[in-house]
Ligand binder design. Structure first.
Ligand code: HEM
Length: 739
């Protein structure tokens, strides 16, 4: 007995001494070990960094070096043609979606630094029995491995930077590309110190959480043909997808420049990058579903932290999906000196390098984002915005604009203004409903300015929004790609699963092509907003032969766990909603769920606190007049509020020289997506609301009846008051709390 007491006493004294002994020495040892570990994990070595750079240039990292396993393209470079594997199998096609893009070297360096920082944080905790290192000392010691990015901002710059830096003059990296996704709630990971080396894997009761596929089968399976909306058209789904690709792109981990394979037949591959999961026998060819974890970066200054995943895109609604999110990326898409964007044959997107962003053996497209060919309907939206840019350039040229750079920037500014106007006046009201729009202050003014810019609002895309809430759009996806004739009679139909990352239908003007697909998209009802995903994406995503595809619903659930997204109940609390204490739908239960949805959740989860955010939020009954339930409405509403009030260049801001003049804004506010489609696609008429199907009885309006885009307020020929140059009062910015 005495001996036991001695042992206990010894352990106590040792732990206390050990915990007290932490200091600079522990920090340097933790960092040194992390550098060795990460060096082995990420060949090419860690990034060493120093220096400042001009705003918006390249990828904006001063002096980051290291090569990082031939990630292709180098710092600020555009992805090397065909880097990675050939897209002839589901894993490589998925890797197209999540690849490092315009500045692969910078993304790799950023990831490497993130790995050193989080590993050192965990090492320190292990050495000291769970302590967090002193932040200032940690930052000081890790500095040689911390990428330095200090954009030099000019408050008088009229236009956005390519990479979104300097939008916020006090915090120039807020919302910039290749920064961390921000968080509304701190993460819940599965490792002892919550740093993210292990994803969220355990039930609050102890055992492992259910397999994502079991959850998908129970909650997201709507049968062969999930029901359709009776109001909204396919156009809404893919405009929403276009917007998503504008504000987020999360790269996954790679092995050098090679894709990682996480299943060996039925057997999961064990390596830190992998997080594959079990599927029931018979669902797919194997019982192991491949899953690679997302890459993660560092916060400015490299404080001790847990994993935060990277966003390669700018967070702003700035059409970086069309224009690119680095200077090199933008230049790669432009014509030399004309202000125009390159077009391909038949005014399609320009052709990208072979094997870059489409199926093996096809001629790929190139755009500001790596996913323009993910599905043909999305390509149509890309094409419309590309063409409209060039239309605007020609109109400005006719109004006396001559300089190629100015033509490019001004056309980009105008188109971005129209795009934001469409999002806040046509798209979001349908997603969030009247009440949601009002609650989050998202309505645009009918006329005139509405300056709500708040420099304390960080617009960065939030992790839970990208990894779960905004993926509500997956329930809107249908099963087919179709085309209609000029008179809106059906012409052709193809199963969607045969055309992921394929450019074939868009290039086939006889049967499909962008115009005929657009006529169908703006007519046919989309899939209903509910908890169901169509089999094309729930069973056959990216499949190249029967049974070898993915389940997108399962990937969403697993991605949420990979990113440490807290459970559904935590989000209910965050949103001021009652968390569920039981699986019933009555008092203190799943009060926003239909009985059948609550029962489905109860069949797979052991405790309401285990419910993952994606299935929990998606299976809520949509709020009247909205497409989402209260929890997703809260997360989406907050994020679009931040996209608006955190964007100094938001189209309604009355700022000089970045904003529009009153006369210019008036023209922007007369525009709609239907008008834009009329100008850019071969359609003769469009519904007044581009997302409401004419099958509801809503009339089709002849294209000539939509307000034309009147650019006279931009004229440089007739100097009757345009353009306004100076002499405007300074706008004082209202300071509010940060969100
Ligand atoms: C046929 C149409 C679509 C396909 C094939 C598709 C496919 C995918 C895939 C494969 C992912 C990555 C899954 C992972 O985590 O591994 C993803 C992510 C995502 N999807 Fe979709 N999707 C489609 C439509 C939509 C729509 C309509 C929306 C929203 C309105 C949407 C929103 C998102 C968001 C926000 C992400 C996260 C992106 C990131 O973090 O990079 N998707 N989608």
């Amino acid at each position: 007995m005495n001996g036991l007491w001695y042992v206990l006493l010894y352990v106590l004294v040792q732990t206390t001494l050990f915990a007290r002994a932490q200091g600079p020495g522990d920090i340097s040892a933790a960092i040194a070990d992390a550098v060795t570990e990460v060096g082995a994990r990420r060949p090419g070595g860690p990034a060493l960094a120093s220096g400042a750079g001009p705003a918006g240039g390249g990828a904006g990292f001063g002096g980051a070096v290291g090569g990082l396993g031939g990630a292709g393209g180098g710092l600020g470079g555009v992805a090397a043609p065909g880097s990675g594997s050939v897209a002839d199998n589901p894993i490589s096609i998925h890797a197209l979606f999540s690849r490092r893009r315009e500045a692969p070297g910078a993304v790799a360096a950023f990831g490497s630094a993130g790995d050193i920082s989080t590993t050192a944080t965990a090492n320190f905790a292990t050495r000291t029995g769970g302590a967090t290192p002193d932040a200032a000392e940690f930052s000081r010691q890790i500095a040689p491995y911390c990428p330095v990015r200090r954009p030099v901002c000019n408050p008088n710059d009229r236009y956005r930077t390519a990479d979104g830096s300097c939008n916020n003059l006090n915090n120039p990296l807020w919302g910039a590309s290749i920064t961390n996704q921000a968080r509304f709630l701190s993460p819940t990971y599965g490792d002892q110190f919550n740093t993210g080396s292990v994803p969220r894997i355990r039930s609050v009761l102890g055992p492992l959480l259910p397999s994502p596929r079991d959850i998908s089968n129970a909650v997201l399976n709507g049968g062969v043909s999930p029901p359709r909306s009776r109001i909204y058209s396919v156009s809404l789904t893919h405009f929403g997808q276009f917007v998503d690709h504008d504000f987020i792109s999360t790269p996954i981990l790679k092995d050098g420049d090679q894709d990682i394979f996480c299943c060996n037949g039925d057997v999961p591959v064990v390596r830190p990058e992998c997080f594959s999961f079990r599927t029931p026998p018979g669902d797919f060819q194997t019982t192991c579903m491949h899953f690679v974890r997302s890459d993660f970066g560092v916060s400015p200054g490299c404080p001790p932290e847990s994993r935060n995943q990277i966003n390669q895109r700018t967070s702003f609604l700035d059409l970086s999906v069309t224009y690119g999110n680095t200077l090199d990326g933008q230049n790669d898409l432009r014509e030399l000196n004309t202000g125009r964007l390159q077009e391909g044959v038949n005014r399609l997107l320009p052709t990208g390098p072979p094997g870059s962003e489409c199926l093996a053996g096809e001629e790929c497209f190139k755009s500001g984002d790596n996913r323009p060919a993910e599905v043909p309907m999305l390509t149509v939206v890309h094409i419309a915005f590309l063409r409209e840019h060039n239309n605007i350039v020609e109109r400005l040229r006719a109004l006396g604009w001559t300089d190629g750079e100015e033509l490019y920037q001004e056309a980009k500014k105008i188109l971005t203004g129209i795009y934001q106007h469409i999002i806040y006046t046509e798209y979001l009201p349908l997603v969030l409903g009247e009440e949601g729009m009002n609650f989050f202050g998202l309505r645009s003014n009918r006329f005139g300015f509405n300056t709500l810019y708040n420099p304390s609002a960080n617009p960065s895309t939030r992790n839970a929004f990208g990894a779960a809430a905004y993926r509500f759009g997956h329930s809107l996806v249908g099963s087919f790609v179709e085309s209609f004739n000029q008179d809106f009679t059906p012409r052709a139909r193809e199963p969607m699963e045969n055309h992921f990352f394929s450019t074939r239908l868009i290039r086939d003007f006889t049967t499909f092509g962008p115009d005929a697909i657009a006529r169908w998209m703006t007519t046919q009802f989309k899939s209903r907003a509910d908890r169901f995903l169509t089999p094309a994406i729930r069973n056959r995503l990216f499949q190249t032969m029967s049974g070898n595809g993915f389940d997108l619903g399962s990937l969403n659930i697993q991605r949420g766990r990979d990113h440490g997204i807290p459970s559904y109940n935590r989000w209910r609390q965050f949103c001021g909603l009652q968390p569920a204490l039981h699986f019933g739908t009555g008092h203190l239960g799943l009060t926003n769920h239909h009985v059948s949805a609550a029962r489905a959740l109860a069949t797979v989860y052991s405790h309401p606190d285990d419910i993952d955010l994606f299935p929990g939020g998606l299976s809520e009954t949509p709020v009247a007049g909205a497409l989402v339930g209260p929890t997703f409405r809260c997360i989406i509403g907050l994020q679009f509020m931040l996209f608006k009030i955190g964007d100094r260049f938001f189209y309604e801001n009355e700022f000089v020289p970045t904003g529009f003049t009153a006369a210019q804004l008036e023209q922007i506010k007369r525009q709609s997506l239907s008008g834009l489609y009329c100008r850019t696609l071969d359609v003769k008429s469009m519904p007044a609301n581009p997302f409401v199907s004419p099958l509801t009885g809503a009339p089709r309006i002849p294209c000539q009846n939509f307000p034309r885009l009147d650019l006279r307020p931009w004229s440089r020929i007739n100097n009757s008051g345009y353009p306004r140059r100076s002499g405007r009062r300074n706008i004082s910015l209202k300071k509010k709390n940060s969100y």
